[in-house]
Design a binder for this molecule. Structure first.
Ligand SMILES: Nc1ncnc2c1ncn2[C@@H]1O[C@H](COP(=O)(O)OP(=O)(O)OP(=O)(O)O)[C@@H](O)[C@H]1O
Ligand SMILES: [Mg+2]
Length: 152
Protein backbone atom coordinates (compact mmCIF):
# COMPACT_ATOMS: atom_id res chain seq x y z
CA UNK A 1 0.00 0.00 0.00
CA UNK A 2 1.20 3.52 -0.79
CA UNK A 3 0.19 6.29 1.61
CA UNK A 4 0.44 9.88 0.51
CA UNK A 5 -0.37 13.26 2.04
CA UNK A 6 -1.77 15.60 -0.58
CA UNK A 7 -1.56 19.26 0.33
CA UNK A 8 -3.49 20.64 -2.62
CA UNK A 9 -5.79 19.71 -5.45
CA UNK A 10 -2.70 20.04 -7.64
CA UNK A 11 -0.89 17.33 -5.60
CA UNK A 12 -3.87 15.03 -6.01
CA UNK A 13 -4.01 15.68 -9.73
CA UNK A 14 -0.29 14.98 -10.12
CA UNK A 15 -0.63 11.82 -8.09
CA UNK A 16 -3.41 10.77 -10.44
CA UNK A 17 -1.21 11.55 -13.41
CA UNK A 18 1.60 9.39 -12.01
CA UNK A 19 -0.89 6.53 -11.63
CA UNK A 20 -2.37 7.06 -15.08
CA UNK A 21 1.06 6.89 -16.68
CA UNK A 22 1.50 3.40 -15.25
CA UNK A 23 -1.76 2.00 -16.62
CA UNK A 24 -1.82 0.01 -19.85
CA UNK A 25 -5.49 -0.93 -20.20
CA UNK A 26 -7.39 -3.69 -18.47
CA UNK A 27 -7.29 -1.99 -15.07
CA UNK A 28 -10.22 -1.11 -12.85
CA UNK A 29 -9.57 1.79 -10.46
CA UNK A 30 -12.02 2.31 -7.59
CA UNK A 31 -12.04 5.64 -5.74
CA UNK A 32 -13.56 5.70 -2.28
CA UNK A 33 -13.96 8.82 -0.17
CA UNK A 34 -16.45 11.29 1.22
CA UNK A 35 -17.90 14.18 -0.79
CA UNK A 36 -15.21 16.58 -1.91
CA UNK A 37 -12.22 14.46 -0.98
CA UNK A 38 -10.89 14.71 -4.52
CA UNK A 39 -12.06 11.63 -6.42
CA UNK A 40 -12.88 13.58 -9.58
CA UNK A 41 -9.70 15.63 -9.22
CA UNK A 42 -7.66 12.42 -9.04
CA UNK A 43 -9.50 11.02 -12.06
CA UNK A 44 -8.64 14.14 -14.06
CA UNK A 45 -5.00 13.43 -13.30
CA UNK A 46 -5.28 9.74 -14.13
CA UNK A 47 -6.84 10.68 -17.47
CA UNK A 48 -4.03 13.14 -18.13
CA UNK A 49 -1.54 10.35 -17.47
CA UNK A 50 -3.45 8.19 -19.94
CA UNK A 51 -3.19 10.84 -22.64
CA UNK A 52 -6.85 11.87 -22.58
CA UNK A 53 -7.45 15.33 -24.01
CA UNK A 54 -11.26 15.18 -23.85
CA UNK A 55 -12.78 17.20 -21.00
CA UNK A 56 -13.13 15.04 -17.88
CA UNK A 57 -16.19 15.62 -15.70
CA UNK A 58 -18.24 13.25 -13.61
CA UNK A 59 -21.05 11.70 -15.61
CA UNK A 60 -24.32 13.23 -14.49
CA UNK A 61 -26.91 12.79 -17.22
CA UNK A 62 -25.15 9.77 -18.61
CA UNK A 63 -24.22 6.73 -16.60
CA UNK A 64 -20.76 6.42 -18.03
CA UNK A 65 -18.41 8.89 -19.72
CA UNK A 66 -16.03 7.56 -22.33
CA UNK A 67 -12.77 9.34 -23.15
CA UNK A 68 -10.14 8.60 -25.77
CA UNK A 69 -6.66 8.14 -24.39
CA UNK A 70 -3.93 5.69 -25.29
CA UNK A 71 -6.69 3.17 -24.48
CA UNK A 72 -10.42 3.83 -24.05
CA UNK A 73 -11.21 5.19 -20.60
CA UNK A 74 -14.59 4.81 -18.87
CA UNK A 75 -15.57 7.07 -15.99
CA UNK A 76 -18.40 5.91 -13.75
CA UNK A 77 -19.83 7.70 -10.70
CA UNK A 78 -21.90 5.50 -8.39
CA UNK A 79 -23.00 8.32 -6.10
CA UNK A 80 -26.59 7.96 -7.21
CA UNK A 81 -27.05 4.54 -5.82
CA UNK A 82 -30.51 4.00 -7.24
CA UNK A 83 -28.99 3.52 -10.68
CA UNK A 84 -26.92 0.55 -9.64
CA UNK A 85 -29.21 -2.04 -11.13
CA UNK A 86 -29.38 -0.06 -14.34
CA UNK A 87 -25.62 -0.19 -14.63
CA UNK A 88 -25.50 -3.88 -14.08
CA UNK A 89 -28.27 -4.38 -16.62
CA UNK A 90 -26.37 -2.22 -19.08
CA UNK A 91 -23.60 -4.74 -18.81
CA UNK A 92 -21.01 -2.70 -17.00
CA UNK A 93 -19.19 -5.94 -16.38
CA UNK A 94 -18.25 -5.95 -20.06
CA UNK A 95 -16.25 -2.79 -19.44
CA UNK A 96 -14.74 -4.22 -16.31
CA UNK A 97 -13.18 -7.12 -18.14
CA UNK A 98 -11.88 -5.36 -21.22
CA UNK A 99 -8.66 -3.72 -22.35
CA UNK A 100 -9.98 -0.31 -21.33
CA UNK A 101 -9.33 1.51 -18.11
CA UNK A 102 -12.40 1.86 -15.89
CA UNK A 103 -12.42 4.59 -13.21
CA UNK A 104 -15.21 4.37 -10.64
CA UNK A 105 -16.13 7.02 -8.06
CA UNK A 106 -17.95 5.63 -5.00
CA UNK A 107 -16.97 2.25 -6.40
CA UNK A 108 -17.59 0.44 -3.12
CA UNK A 109 -21.22 0.46 -4.20
CA UNK A 110 -20.40 -1.88 -7.07
CA UNK A 111 -18.25 -4.12 -4.88
CA UNK A 112 -20.17 -7.25 -5.75
CA UNK A 113 -19.41 -7.10 -9.45
CA UNK A 114 -15.88 -5.68 -9.32
CA UNK A 115 -12.89 -7.90 -10.05
CA UNK A 116 -10.64 -8.84 -7.10
CA UNK A 117 -7.69 -7.63 -9.11
CA UNK A 118 -8.28 -3.88 -9.00
CA UNK A 119 -6.63 -0.69 -7.86
CA UNK A 120 -8.34 0.86 -4.85
CA UNK A 121 -7.77 4.46 -3.79
CA UNK A 122 -9.13 5.72 -0.46
CA UNK A 123 -9.23 9.47 0.10
CA UNK A 124 -9.75 11.13 3.49
CA UNK A 125 -10.24 14.73 4.56
CA UNK A 126 -8.06 16.23 7.26
CA UNK A 127 -10.64 18.02 9.33
CA UNK A 128 -8.09 20.36 10.85
CA UNK A 129 -6.33 21.41 7.69
CA UNK A 130 -8.32 22.57 4.72
CA UNK A 131 -6.68 21.45 1.50
CA UNK A 132 -5.03 18.38 3.01
CA UNK A 133 -6.07 14.86 2.03
CA UNK A 134 -4.75 11.47 3.10
CA UNK A 135 -4.66 9.07 0.21
CA UNK A 136 -4.09 5.31 0.33
CA UNK A 137 -3.41 3.41 -2.84
CA UNK A 138 -3.68 -0.37 -3.07
CA UNK A 139 -3.01 -2.56 -6.06
CA UNK A 140 -0.27 -0.52 -7.74
CA UNK A 141 3.22 0.44 -6.60
CA UNK A 142 4.65 3.96 -6.88
CA UNK A 143 8.33 4.56 -6.27
CA UNK A 144 9.75 7.50 -4.33
CA UNK A 145 10.95 8.85 -7.64
CA UNK A 146 7.45 8.71 -9.09
CA UNK A 147 6.20 10.66 -6.05
CA UNK A 148 8.99 13.20 -6.01
CA UNK A 149 6.66 16.04 -7.05
CA UNK A 150 5.16 15.90 -3.54
CA UNK A 151 8.35 17.30 -2.08
CA UNK A 152 8.80 20.09 -4.60
N1 LIG B 1 -5.52 18.04 -1.44
C1 LIG B 1 -6.62 18.12 -2.21
N2 LIG B 1 -6.90 17.13 -3.09
C2 LIG B 1 -8.01 17.20 -3.85
N3 LIG B 1 -8.90 18.20 -3.85
C3 LIG B 1 -8.67 19.21 -3.00
C4 LIG B 1 -7.53 19.21 -2.15
N4 LIG B 1 -7.56 20.35 -1.42
C5 LIG B 1 -8.66 21.00 -1.79
N5 LIG B 1 -9.34 20.34 -2.75
C6 LIG B 1 -10.61 20.78 -3.33
O1 LIG B 1 -11.60 19.84 -2.97
C7 LIG B 1 -12.52 19.67 -4.06
C8 LIG B 1 -12.50 18.23 -4.51
O2 LIG B 1 -13.51 18.06 -5.45
P1 LIG B 1 -13.74 16.75 -6.28
O3 LIG B 1 -14.89 17.01 -7.17
O4 LIG B 1 -12.47 16.28 -6.89
O5 LIG B 1 -14.15 15.72 -5.11
P2 LIG B 1 -14.99 14.39 -5.23
O6 LIG B 1 -14.43 13.46 -4.20
O7 LIG B 1 -15.04 13.91 -6.62
O8 LIG B 1 -16.44 14.86 -4.77
P3 LIG B 1 -17.87 14.17 -5.03
O9 LIG B 1 -18.04 13.16 -3.93
O10 LIG B 1 -18.82 15.30 -4.93
O11 LIG B 1 -17.84 13.52 -6.38
C9 LIG B 1 -12.06 20.61 -5.17
O12 LIG B 1 -12.77 21.82 -5.03
C10 LIG B 1 -10.59 20.81 -4.86
O13 LIG B 1 -10.09 22.04 -5.32
MG1 LIG C 1 -16.61 13.48 -7.89
Amino acid sequence: MVEVVSKSAEDTRKLGKAIGEKLHGGEVVVLIGELGTGKTTMIKGICEGLGVSDPVESPTFTLINEYRGKVPVYHVDCYREERLEEWIELGISEYLYSDSVVLIEWGERLEEILPDDKITIHLFHDFDQEGVRYIQIDGIELSKNELRFLEE
